[in-house]
Design a protein around this ligand. Structure first.
Ligand SMILES: *Cc1c(COP(=O)(O)O)cnc(C)c1O
Length: 491
């Protein structure tokens, strides 16, 4: 039993259990209790591997209980869907700054790296658990997760996937990505409400015991593709090893020398993966948390107070518009233990804030975290500056991280910035940053950005505009359970 609840170590399970169940019964997050260690020899081995090989080699230590041969197959299949053979190419942008391009998957955002693999891990676990004929994934999305999950589970035997998004609350590209999704086992609902409504609606379905029993009678289990699932976290650890070994291969670092990383952060999943890599022995010096104007985490790292009692701002980096960074709970557990985590999480629930005690604050700093934020204006200036000076095109999320990296300083060692989305996914904002043009969201802005930069837009984004939108139903937010049940039992 390698995985324990962040709120009570007595709740434990194995890797497959953690992936199947998503969250622990006490509301905590299953977290690997004792992290594996990678020695220099292991890191040297990764230097010679392809990405799928490296992924299987690293993941077998974070997912004990999955046979190595199966992991190798899963990784090979999952990562064959990426446009770049490297899966996550590391590009030198300027000075010590490198861009780790995580957006070459089907949906052009970094969530593909984990979500393309998740169905294999989940279906394997469900088969072993027995008694389940079908696993239904339900996900609320503010844009990127929904599409990445749809693309990952589409036509995967033994699964179906339903996604709820806020009607009018996602970009034109994001909506089309979801409503044009192919596959016999997919369903997309727009709800009259915002992302929080969608999220609470899905949570209510999960909490509805009677509904779940009706599903269970038919051998149907519910599961989630949310980023608090260990099965989404583990595959993200891999690319930090990948980045380090690419720096070794190119001679920019020698074994044991350190790199910094900087991650545009929302739910704290991607950056936590970097911390786990560091704890497992990867030579990382600083871990820089980049936030947009929703800078709850910047305040937390700088003051020790986490305070979500503020208005959620809509920004040009919508995938980071979040006030409750769920995976931070895992960091609290790793540094402070289960009792303290349970206490702080209860505080957060009751009063919307918590304060890290002095010794936890010290540990956060010892763990080399620092945090910086950038607003839309800063990010747009950064997009223009990086394009003009280096001929490298940033998306709005990655631009926030570039701003943070610069504030943190990059003269001492290589700074690897996680590039989380293709600039074409947020073309209107990127165009505006480059030229001040207010192009409408849609095909025109993609074409215009191609023309302006000479860079080709990913074809799966261009194709969206000639595809039929399959799903156009808008449902009331208090009827989500009803519509979900109708869809799930009819299939
Ligand atoms: C989801 C997302 C993020 C935030 O990642 P977390 O793991 O939630 O911190 C950043 N950028 C993009 C483009 C995303 O889709």
């Amino acid at each position: 039993m390698n995985y324990v609840s962040t709120r009570n170590r007595a709740h434990s399970t194995d890797a497959q259990g953690a992936i199947l169940r998503g969250t622990a019964p006490d509301g905590g997050l299953f977290t690997m209790d004792i992290l594996p260690v990678f020695w220099q020899d292991d890191i040297q081995t990764v230097c010679t591997m392809t990405y799928p090989q490296a992924a299987a080699y690293i993941l077998k230590k974070y997912l004990p209980g999955y046979p190595e041969r199966d992991l190798e197959n899963f990784c090979r299949q999952a990562y064959s869907t990426f446009a770049s053979e490297d899966v996550a190419p590391l590009k030198k942008v300027e000075g010590n700054i490198y861009s780790l391009e995580l957006f070459h998957g089907k949906t052009c955002a970094f969530k593909d790296v984990a979500l393309q693999l998740l169905p294999y891990l989940l279906v394997y676990a469900a088969k072993n658990a027995g008694g389940v004929n079908e696993t239904v994934i339900l996900t609320a999305t503010s844009g990127d997760t929904g599409k990445a999950a749809l693309e990952a589970f589409s036509d995967i035997e033994g699964t179906s996937i339903g996604v709820f998004y806020p009607h009018g609350g996602v970009s034109d590209v994001q909506r089309r990505q979801m409503t044009t999704q192919q596959g016999g086992n997919v369903q997309v609902f727009a709800i009259e409400g915002n992302f929080d409504d969608a999220q609470s609606g899905v949570k209510a379905i999960f909490a509805d015991k009677e509904l779940r029993e009706r599903f269970m009678e038919q051998g149907i289990a519910l599961s989630s593709a949310n980023s608090i699932n260990w099965g989404r976290l583990a595959p993200q650890i891999v690319y930090y090893f990948w980045a380090y070994t690419r720096l070794l291969n190119s001679g920019e670092l020698r074994m044991g020398e350190k790199m910094d990383v900087c991650v545009p952060t929302g739910n704290f999943g991607n950056i936590l993966a970097a911390f786990i890599a560091k704890k497992s022995g990867l030579p990382i010096e600083r871990i820089i948390c980049a936030s947009n104007a929703n800078n709850v985490l910047t305040d937390f790292f700088n003051s020790g107070v986490y305070d979500r009692r503020r208005e959620l701002l809509r920004t040009e980096s919508p995938s980071m518009d979040i006030l409750l960074s769920s995976n931070l709970e895992r960091l609290l557990y790793m540094l402070g233990g289960d009792e303290l985590t349970a206490y702080l999480m209860a505080q957060l629930k009751e009063s919307g804030r918590f304060e890290a005690p002095a010794d936890l604050r010290k540990k956060l700093l010892d763990a080399s975290f620092s945090a910086f934020c950038a607003n839309d204006e800063d990010a747009k200036n950064q997009i223009r500056e990086t394009w003009e000076n280096s001929g490298y095109l940033l998306d709005t999320h990655t631009a926030v991280a570039f701003c943070a990296a610069k504030k943190a300083g990059t003269d001492r060692r290589p700074m690897v910035v996680a590039a989380t989305a293709s600039p074409f996914k947020f073309a209107p904002a990127v165009l505006d940053a480059l030229t001040g043009e207010k192009a409408p969201d849609g095909e025109q802005s993609l074409r215009r950005l191609e023309e302006l930069t000479g860079i080709k837009a990913p074809k799966q984004l261009l194709e969206l505009f000639s595809r039929q939108e399959r799903f156009n139903e808008v449902i009331p937010k208090d009827q989500m359970a009803h519509f979900a049940e109708k869809w799930i039992l009819k299939k």
